[in-house]
Design a protein around this ligand. Structure first.
Ligand code: IPE
Ligand code: IPE
Ligand code: MG
Length: 250
């Protein structure tokens, strides 16, 4: 089966999952973390090369302070508990997002996990934390503008590669498939530039209910899609026409 080289997942629906059970929203986040762990292992086993998980958006800072602070503790606990397992599974960990907005202890745990896994050569696991695509693009534009102002680059040198190199995702290929759970059909400020030709897959399952089978279903759906990137697939090319362009346009 043709796998995405880069799979990105918007893990949505934790709060609703908990509320449906009469539990506080944070219960959904706890279960959601367990599901993330399972899906990471499964992607690694399948041989997916890059996996980006949207864990906390730049806009999620707007949530009640108690929920935000719980999410931060959960993230830290996940990293501290999982670091060694990631090494065992040969998974390289990194993050995208405005890391400086995170609490100091979370930043420390992120850096420790990145250091511990930096030699790993298997799955490239990227957490999007405090991540917003518009913020990422804004930063890139600002950094490029400064280089132009300082005379290190001319405006004519700005091309798509230059922009790519100034994004948090520099060095990682664009996502081939983006999965969003929970029935919402939007991107919510995730990888806007990078998703130019990503295949989108939306499913109703709330993230804490997401299973390996759901993952396989999404991957099978992806494998069956025809990606054209604006061109034509050879077998889809129209037969040669006997009419000239002028006749057709008349
Ligand atoms: C996704 O689940 C996790 C985060 C955004 C941190 P939500 O918390 O958005 O759950 P719903 O969408 O409210 O159900
Ligand atoms: C997107 O989910 C962010 C994450 C899954 C981390 P949200 O629940 O924050 O998105 P909206 O607010 O429904 O668009
Ligand atoms: Mg949500």
């Amino acid at each position: 089966m043709k796998l995405p080289n880069h799979l990105a997942i918007i893990m949505d629906g934790n709060g609703r999952w908990a509320q449906l059970r009469g539990q506080p929203r944070v219960f959904g986040h706890i279960k959601g973390t367990r599901i993330a762990k399972k899906i990471i292992t499964e992607c690694s086993r399948l041989g997916v090369k890059n996996l980006t998980l949207y864990a906390f958006s730049a806009e999620n800072w707007l949530r009640p302070e108690a929920e935000v602070s719980f999410l931060m503790k959960l993230l830290r606990r996940y990293l501290d508990k999982e670091s060694q397992n990631l090494v065992k599974e040969n998974i390289r960990f990194s993050i995208i997002g405005e890391v400086e907005r995170l609490p100091k202890d979370v930043i420390d745990s992120i850096q420790k996990t990145m250091r511990a896994t930096q030699e790993c050569t298997g799955l490239n696991l990227i957490f999007a934390i405090s991540y917003g695509s518009r913020q990422e693009i804004t930063r890139a534009v600002s950094a490029i503008a400064q280089k132009v102002r300082d005379g290190d680059m001319s405006p004519e040198q700005i091309n798509e590669s230059v922009i790519n190199e100034h994004l948090g995702t520099a060095g990682t290929p664009d996502p081939d498939l983006i999965i969003r759970t929970s029935g919402e059909k939007r991107i919510s400020n995730f990888l806007l530039w990078q998703a130019a030709y990503a295949e989108l897959y939306f499913c109703e399952t709330l993230w804490p209910d997401f299973t390996k089978l759901d993952l396989m279903t999404a991957l099978a759906d992806f494998a069956a899609r025809c990606r054209r990137f604006g061109g034509l697939k050879a077998e889809n090319s129209p037969p040669p026409t006997q009419y000239s362009d002028e006749q057709l346009l008349h």
